[in-house]
Ligand binder design. Structure first.
Ligand code: G
Ligand code: G
Ligand code: MN
Ligand code: NA
Length: 253
């Protein structure tokens, strides 16, 4: 396939980039973390959305190579922030196929050691689908990562198929409320109920909650009222190139 081929070339020819979107504490307004988001600008195709090429890479298995590259950039960047006196958590999206690689935990461990990043400054964003296959083996793996101190977040929470039972038995640190639920705030009764329920459940289980896709001050105010801890969204900033993100971080801390 043409796009697939271009994607493989893009990595080799350094046309891929990682952007960083701030995660902000709702009370203090401070940046407490950043989500690493892959970006690709192709000479022929222009800016290709990850929503388009990540699924393609997942199908072909190339996501394993791509994901490893993103994680290395992110870990190196977070180590740099730390050395500059701005220790914040970097969050990396991990596809199910990457997580299923038998050497996944070993690779993460090695990467943290190489860049001397404390494991607590790395967070992995997993989707609920990871828990659907090989649940026992995946549980072991999550336990090993949490044992290291790596944070575990469930991305797009509420949109998957899984039950809630796994929250009770797995070492999950954070729930990311999917932006589809945030979009309807404050008007939509259903969205308000869902968001409020996720926040309450998170608190009761000592799991941090991040609201995604926050675009308006009204949404932020509603989330604050619901005692949500963190938000991410265009209201603060979209994903930024590393240098620009660093500037924003410098102003925030
Ligand atoms: O950045 P944007 O909102 O356009 O991302 C679209 C989708 O691509 C989101 O679901 C996001 O999680 C995913 N995505 C972005 N970067 C990465 C990445 O490095 N790895 C994986 N697996 N998914 C990513
Ligand atoms: O699936 P995941 O949550 O990783 O996807 C993150 C995606 O959401 C990124 O592609 C990012 O660009 C996008 N995004 C981040 N903040 C906002 C926002 O406030 N509004 C909208 N519409 N998209 C956002
Ligand atoms: Mn994500
Ligand atoms: Na999400």
């Amino acid at each position: 396939m043409k796009l697939e081929h271009a994607m493989r070339q893009a990595l080799g020819e350094q046309r891929l980039d990682v952007h960083y979107q701030p995660q902000v504490n709702l009370l203090t307004g401070r940046i407490v973390g950043a989500e690493a988001l892959i970006r690709w600008t192709d000479p022929e195709f222009g800016a290709v959305s990850p929503a388009q090429f990540v699924p393609l890479a997942e199908e072909s298995g190339y996501i394993v190579t791509l994901g490893a590259w993103v994680m290395e950039q992110a870990v190196r960047e977070a180590a740099q922030w730390m050395h500059e006196g701005m220790p914040i958590v970097v969050s990396v999206n991990v596809s199910a196929l990457e997580f299923r690689q038998t050497d996944f935990v070993e690779r993460v461990t090695r990467l943290l050691a190489v860049h001397q990043l404390p494991p607590t400054l790395l967070e992995l964003e997993l989707t609920e689908t990871i828990l659907l296959q090989d649940a026992q083996e995946m549980e072991l793996r999550l336990g090993a990562l949490a044992g290291l101190g790596v944070g575990l977040a469930i991305d797009d929470f509420g949109t998957g198929y899984s039950s809630l039972a796994y929250l009770k038995k797995l070492p999950i640190h954070k729930l990311k409320i999917d932006q589809s639920f945030v979009r309807g705030l404050p008007e939509d009764d259903g969205d308000r109920a869902i968001v409020s329920a996720i926040i309450s459940m998170g608190h009761a289980m000592r799991i941090e909650v991040v609201a995604e896709g926050v675009e308006t001050t009204t949404q932020r105010a509603v989330l604050q009222q619901m005692q949500c801890e963190h938000f991410q969204g265009f209201l603060c900033s979209p994903g930024l190139p590393a240098a620009q993100f660093r500037q924003l971080l410098g102003k925030s801390t």
